[in-house]
Design a protein around this ligand. Sequence first.
Ligand code: UFG
Length: 328
Amino acid sequence: MQVLVTGGAGYIGSHIVEVLLDAGYDVIVFDNLSTGHRQAVAPKAMFVHGDLRQIGQVEDLFAAHEFAGIFHFASYILVPESMQKPWMYLRDNVVASANLLEVATRHGVGRFILSSTANLFDDPQRIPISEEEHVIPGSPYGESKAIAERQLLWMERIHGLKYCALRYFNAAGAHPNGHIGEDHPVETHLIPIVLQVALGQRDHITINGTDYDTPDGTCIRDYIHVLDLASAHVGAFESLADGPSRNYNLGTGRGYSVQEVVETARKVTGHAIPVQIGERRAGDLPALVADNTRIKQELGWEPEFAELGAIIETAWKWHQSHPRGFNG
Ligand code: UFG
């Protein structure tokens, strides 16, 4: 069965590509390489260089291939960047998903998996956050994903497209095969930055605010291993063959503060990892932890990497073997 993975050269997309190939799918990756890496794409996948914002390129792709389903990852993904450059998100991300859905529905594609986000929940009434929580995006990034979810809703009503939006909490870790891991052009994510300190590439990590309403004053996040994300994508895709469209919140269900992440990384790496205290970062929410009951019950999904230490260990292996990422 042939599937399309947009953004398959990126961090999360490249891991899903490997898991799809292992499950026996034929995979075509479509990526503009603006933040992804050609080397991250498994050799068994076909690679097409292109940009979803150019609808002509999307039409050419669908004219050349027949897809049973789509996994859509290609987008800008950074909460803080979206607070500084909102139109990269409110225009580019929205146009990309609109073009993809317009052409996909014209070609009768039946199943669609959206990479969505926990940044939909700016003001959660209950932690952990269930699918019943009101969607109030916390940034232009979250808003762009909320719009993509709404686009899907209408494509289902009008064209019968089956979809699943997976709202992930904080993706982390690397493939234990050692070939792929996290490598962003400008690193803003906590775990890679902490590990760059352990590698001696940075002097310290700056903690973005210690005055949040959390037990140690630093932000709490639910870190989920990228392979656990991947297995949920495959499960969700397969369930759409005879099940309804739906949304799932996707995390381990356990939150760790920034301070706890640093302490765990100290244990894993044996490095002191000095910290400095900085200001709050615009767009950050105090606590984001998933209630993963629904996906566990409906898909039988379970995270294999339940402990933060085990997740950081896989990331540490990747950073040690690829200290300059894919290009080093
Ligand atoms: N942080 C620091 N210092 C740093 C980097 C990060 O204190 O040098 C803090 C952040 O302020 C935040 C926490 O660590 O409180 C996690 O930050 P990340 O940048 O690693 O991740 P985010 O929670 O901002 O965002 C990630 C993805 C988004 C997704 C979100 C969902 O980048 O795409 O998780 O929770 F929407």
